[in-house]
Design a protein around this ligand. Sequence first.
Ligand code: FE
Ligand code: ZN
Length: 256
Amino acid sequence: MNELRVFPVCAFQDNYIWVLRLGGNAAVVDPGEASPVLDYLRAEKLQLTAILNTHHHADHVGGNTGLLRHCPVPVYGPCDERIPSVSRRLREGDRFSLAEFGIEFSVFEIPGHTRSHIAFYGGGMLFSGDTLFACGCGRLFEGTPRQMHDSLAKLALLPDATRVYCGHEYTLANIRFARAVEAANPQLAEWEQAAGALRARNEPTLPSTIAAEKAANPFLRCDQPAVIAAASHYAGRPLKDPVSVLGAIRDWKNNF
Ligand code: FE
Ligand code: ZN
């Protein structure tokens, strides 16, 4: 294999651990567990060269120590002591190269799901963790609607063709919710059919693209009249700004 490819390793119920691979080398994003990664590396005869973490939740970092025991590699992650194994702590605008893959990643700070959540962008790919999901966004555990809105808006500025690799297989449930918010959006019916067909074959619905997210993800569409109207109906009062619209639909999704 002479070109960089990205493979999903499944973990827990619905987590994806993304494996970047080129030649005999591999890097993993958000290894919540070590054992499925070690199995994959062994089966594919790959050498681990780096670990990337988007945020501190156990289902994204729980495999770090198990992997480091086998292969002492650099760990790229946020400035947050809740991930003690991070060796390269990253901030907004930082860049780093993974030489084995001929790729340079830029770092975005995207608080909202957690206060120190980051995303990795490089080679036309975005690893968005639990902030931007396909057709959805993460819960606001440590952040405000304002923070999530601004984080999503930052990611929405990336090129349309950017492939979005998020941390969970939540796409179908997210589309179902999005259809409750914006029933008349034709992109949603189309996406639901395509994603349903993939899931029926037990294949991932990811990556998505920034273009698809902008066209269908209600959390990126908080300035659209139909989304504003649905959010206002849910809230029982007229909502005027995109941040309060995001807050309302996030609350609605929590109870959906
Ligand atoms: Fe998660
Ligand atoms: Zn999380």
